[in-house]
Design a protein. Sequence first.
Length: 401
Amino acid sequence: MTVLPLRPDLHGCEPYGAPELDVPVRLNVNENPYAPSPAVVADIAAAAGRAAAGLNRYPDRDFPDLRAALADYLAAESGVRLDWQQIWAANGSNEVMTHVLQAFGGPGRTCLSFTPTYSMYPEYARDTFTRYVTGPRREDFTVDVDAVAAAIAREHPAVVILASPNNPTGTALPLDDVVAILEAARGQGPVDAAAGDDGATDCVVVIDEAYAEFRRPGVPSALELLERTDGDGAPRYPHLAVTRTMSKAFGMAGLRLGYLAACQQLVDALRIVRLPYHLSALTQAAALAALDHRDELMSQVASLRDERDRLVSWLRAQGWTAYDSDSNFVLFGPFTDRRAVWQGLLDRGVLIRVVGPEGYLRVCVGTPAEMADFRTALTAVTSDGPHQPDRNGQNLEENPA
Ligand SMILES: Cc1ncc(COP(=O)(O)O)c(C=O)c1O
């Protein structure tokens, strides 16, 4: 066997990924369980067909039409009107956030996040030679703003990433906390000789809103902060970036389309590092066609939210701790042997995820029929012996979150 010159820091690393298993009930990667309707499929196929006729040419590098359509969608969803130049997109929000670290991270620079959180953040950092530093979330998975401010002042990170709602806990950040973190980030980025007299930079704060559309009524989006301006009309938070995706509420995980909203200066920095023509003509055409059907594609979001809230109540009624969630999944437990519970569910055709704090499992919200299968399987797996909730102990807490 040949010996390849793999980068030393990649020795022993495994490719990221949840198990891809062909089982009847797949509730492990936070997808939308509802497939697009035949009418939507037909429109996407027709749009892809028209794009195919021009595939001898490279696609539109800056794709203003798609960026404008995404801006329209955000205006409808969150009431925040942005220019198309304030939107960026790539193959999933994973790629969008990699662009952020390519542009602002790099050797000698730091990315800060707060755990437990999405397991890809360290990989974006590794792949861009950015140092990855974490602090803890509170026991209820909210963030302690003072601790975040202290960590920013200590580390001078180029980028802070905070998921809201957070994966795997479902916890959303209050807007006041985001504002406090943005204020703490002013002038606290890495020193950059090109930045002026004192070399001070503002650390970029990414609010990862992959699951935002599932948030409960009254829970705000950080997009609102992009509208705020100072007296002179300049954006008040030019160091804020909000990432979104079509993979979750939109039900288009297979499309690979994630996007970001920020001030134009930040978006233009991302345009420097993207590979030329990174978004294929087929992706652009399919995304535009899907956005034309946004109402239909999003029509199940309300019922998924209801199903999620029913799931939390049911889990608690069984004696488990289940955290309040603003996303399409629920973290629950604790189990003395969570892997055995996971395996027991899998043996019954239900795939969920071993992720998050020790003892806990994460289940994504599926169709009512899938959730019924999950409840039946969990009841069977936990009906005896070691997997039962401790009825005298913490499992019976009503809502520790
Ligand atoms: C918190 C969070 N952010 C981002 C992503 C990436 O989504 P995508 O690359 O499909 O847009 C995920 C996917 O599960 C996620 O959980």
